[in-house]
Every structure is written in structure tokens, then in C-alpha cells.
Design a protein around this ligand. Structure first.
Ligand SMILES: Nc1ncnc2c1ncn2[C@@H]1O[C@H](COP(=O)(O)OP(=O)(O)OP(=O)(O)O)[C@@H](O)[C@H]1O
Ligand SMILES: [Mg+2]
Length: 331
């Protein structure tokens, strides 16, 4: 079967002269959850907008559901749903009215609009609140309604820009569950951007890391993690002296066994070749700078380190993924 998204040498040069996307090529298969990760200004939104026909490419080609985005924009739009970072729902209307409005944009009959709204409100657990005005909804409820609205025309592909930004853990997990459910039950395809590494790890079959308009790597989360060799040592200090930490980091970084090191809150995180050998050496440096250690964790590389290796930057999200921690020592 042909891939549902086909991108070939796609390029966008803005009028101001910025080339935001440089000859990127990739394919997404039907039923995949494909993640697009990259620092601010990497070209993620520009790519999504070209695939959504909201922006015309400077060169290259893209097809969604078999339709060329330049030649067949109407067919492309009917095949996809786009849930932007900003909510697209109307506060004055009720949840159900918002879905009817959206159904109208896609020329669905009243009967279809009513059936699908009922079904979608159920899916996102908003049936009880369906006839309340959206202005009385919580942030998580609004986002769930927004996703329901994006699904009203049963798109083959759903584009989600930062679907869970700012939502609490419980709501984030609910949204992951909907995405997985829709993929399984309807073989829907998802293309999402996220700044949460745990989200990309838990949800995506494949991830593309894009930086300065160029795709650095595309692979499954598991293979990406295998590409970063070594172990990660995370150290928490029991006091936060910025000066002492700033003194210690360059010395730790210069140790031959340390690949790279960065500060994390009141501690640091180092990628090392071998944890057992590196920890005593790192401890020596820390003690010599008068810092006290609260805890040490040794773990396998997570997607954070992969991202760091490919972009030289850390993501805004500083949460630890505990899934692969294999040893924690309290001192
Ligand atoms: N309308 C525009 N005109 C000129 N330059 C633009 C325009 N929109 C975006 N850019 C530039 O294109 C580059 C890519 O921007 P884009 O919005 O695609 O990045 P992004 O990866 O979505 O970033 P973020 O994570 O901040 O949302 C940036 O350098 C940006 O300044
Ligand atoms: Mg963006």
C-alpha cells in the first residue's frame, strides 16, 4: 500500500529570506503515529502548514492520502484534520453546538452531524457536559472537545500541534489513550509535534528530529535510544550554589570518560562511557568544589539524550523518564 503522507525534497523559503524547511523527504504509513520533534524555529509548523495546504511550498512535492497538496488542495483538506496549538472552539457555544458548526464546514447532513457529535462526545467523555457552554469547561475538557471537532469528518490523517501542552498528567494520558484507540479502531494516521519526550516515547512508532529546517534522523524510539551509547549519571546536590555548580561542570566535562554534561535544576546530568568508572571520578570533582551530593542515579540513555546528541539542545521538558532507571543510590 502507498504511504499516506509522501514528502519529497520539500522546501519553504519565506519572503523575508529565511529558508525554514530545506529539502526534507520522508513517508508516513497509514496507521502510524509519527512524531516531529525539534527546537523552536526548527521548521515544524512550516512543514505542518505545507502539508495542510495552508502554505505553499517553494519547491519539492508532498502528497497526503494520495493527493498532491498543490494540485489537489480540496481533496487534501477533506482527508485531513488539523488541531492547532490554539483552541479552535467557540466559548459562547455548547460542546454539541461546536461540533455541529464544525460538521457544517464539511457539509455533513444534519443526521450525520447529530450521529457523529453524539459518538465523539462519548469518545472524549463529554456527553454529560455536551449542552453546557464551553466557557464553563476546564482546560482539559476544552482540549478534548477541540480534538473531537477535528475528527467530525473522519479524517484519514490527523495533524496535532503540541496536543497536550500545559495539560495535567491525567488528561495527557487520556489524550494518548484516544489517539491509540483511534489508530487501532479506525486505522487513523497521526502526525504530531511535541516537546514532551515521554509523550514521543510512549506514543510514536517513529520520530523525526528536525533542526534548522533539516531532518537529522528518523527512526523508532527504541532504535534512536540504541544510537546513543553509554550510560547517563544524574546527580542531585543537597544545596544549590550556582557558583559552585558552574565551577564544577567544566571540570566534569573535561574528564576523558565523560561524553557531555549539562546542568539540571540543582544537579547535573552526564553521558558517560561507563558508569561504574565515571561515578568515582565525578564524585572527586564535586567534592573538590565543596558541593554535597544528595542522590545519584545511573540509567540508560532516554530520548532526551538522543535529542541532545542530534540537536545539541535540550527540550523545555526537564522531566526524567524513570522507565529505564536501573540503579539509584542515596548518599
Ligand atoms: N511567516 C513567516 N515569515 C518569515 N519567516 C517565518 C515565518 N514563519 C516562520 N518563519 C521562520 O521560519 C523558521 C521556522 O519556523 P517554524 O514556525 O516552522 O518553526 P517551529 O519548528 O514550528 O518552531 P516552534 O517550536 O517555535 O513552534 C523560523 O526561523 C521562523 O522565524
Ligand atoms: Mg511551531
Amino acid at each position: 500500500m502507498k504511504p499516506i503522507i509522501e514528502v519529497e525534497n520539500l522546501t519553504k523559503k519565506y519572503n523575508g529570506g529565511v529558508t525554514a524547511v530545506k529539502e526534507i523527504s520522508f513517508q508516513v504509513e497509514q496507521g502510524e503515529i509519527f512524531g516531529f520533534l525539534g527546537p523552536n524555529g526548527a521548521g515544524k509548523s512550516t512543514t505542518i502548514m505545507m502539508l495542510n495546504t495552508l502554505l505553499s511550498p517553494t519547491s519539492g512535492r508532498a502528497r497526503v492520502a494520495g493527493f498532491d497538496v498543490v494540485e489537489k488542495p480540496d481533496q487534501v483538506r477533506m482527508s485531513l484534520g488539523y488541531i492547532s496549538q490554539d483552541l479552535a472552539i467557540d466559548d459562547i457555544l455548547t460542546g454539541r453546538e461546536n461540533l455541529y458548526l464544525q460538521a457544517g464546514f464539511y457539509h455533513l447532513s444534519r443526521k450525520k452531524a447529530s450521529e457523529r457529535s453524539k459518538e465523539l462526545l462519548d469518545l472524549v467523555a463529554l456527553t454529560e457536559r455536551a449542552d453546557d457552554q464551553v466557557e464553563t469547561y476546564s482546560g482539559g475538557m476544552r482540549k478534548r472537545l477541540d480534538i473531537a471537532a477535528g475528527l467530525i469528518h473522519r479524517p484519514k490523517v490527523l495533524f496535532l500541534d503540541e496536543p497536550t501542552l500545559g495539560l495535567d498528567i491525567q488528561t495527557r494520558h487520556q489524550i494518548w489513550d484516544y489517539i491509540n484507540y483511534l489508530r487501532k479502531e479506525m486505522n487513523m494516521t497521526f502526525f504530531l509535534t511535541t516537546h514532551y519526550m515521554d509523550e514521543a516515547d510512549a506514543l510514536c512508532n517513529r520520530i523525526a528530529i528536525i533542526d534548522k529546517g533539516i531532518i537529522k534522523v528518523i527512526d523508532s524510539p527504541a532504535s534512536l535510544k540504541n544510537q546513543v551509547r553509554g550510560e547517563v549519571v544524574c546527580i542531585q546536590f543537597s544545596e544549590t550554589s550556582e557558583d559552585k555548580i558552574a565551577d564544577a561542570l567544566p571540570i566534569i566535562s573535561s574528564l576523558s570518560i565523560v561524553e557531555n554534561v549539562k546542568q539540571r535544576d540543582s544537579g547535573c546530568m552526564a553521558v558517560v562511557r561507563d558508569g561504574d568508572t565515571a561515578i568515582p571520578e565525578i564524585f572527586r570533582v564535586i567534592h573538590s568544589k565543596g558541593l554535597k551530593i544528595n542522590s545519584v542515579t545511573l540509567k540508560k540513555p532516554s530520548l532526551d539524550e538522543v535529542y541532545m546528541a542530534f540537536t545539541g539542545k535540550t527540550l523545555g521538558n526537564e522531566r526524567e523518564s524513570n522507565g529505564n532507571t536501573h540503579r539509584t543510590v542515596r548518599t
